[in-house]
Design a protein. Structure first.
Length: 56
C-alpha cells in the first residue's frame, strides 16, 4: 500500500529489531518508520549502483 512516495510493508519484524530501530531513530530525532525507509532507500541505491558498475 503506497503512502505518497513511501511504501508500507506488511510483515512481522522481530521485537529485538523493532527495539533497536526505535532506539536508533530516537537518537537521530526521527521516527522508526522514517529511519527504516531511509535505510531501505540507501541500500537500494547502493545495490543499484553496484549492479551498474558490474555491468560495465
Amino acid at each position: 500500500m503506497a503512502y505518497g512516495n513511501k511504501v508500507k510493508f506488511h510483515y512481522d519484524v522481530p521485537v529485538y529489531i523493532k527495539k533497536q530501530l526505535a532506539e536508533a531513530a530516537k537518537k537521530m530525532n526521527m521516527t522508526a518508520t522514517d529511519l527504516l525507509s531511509r535505510t531501505i532507500e540507501e541500500e537500494y541505491e547502493r545495490v543499484t549502483k553496484e549492479k551498474e558498475s558490474n555491468s560495465k
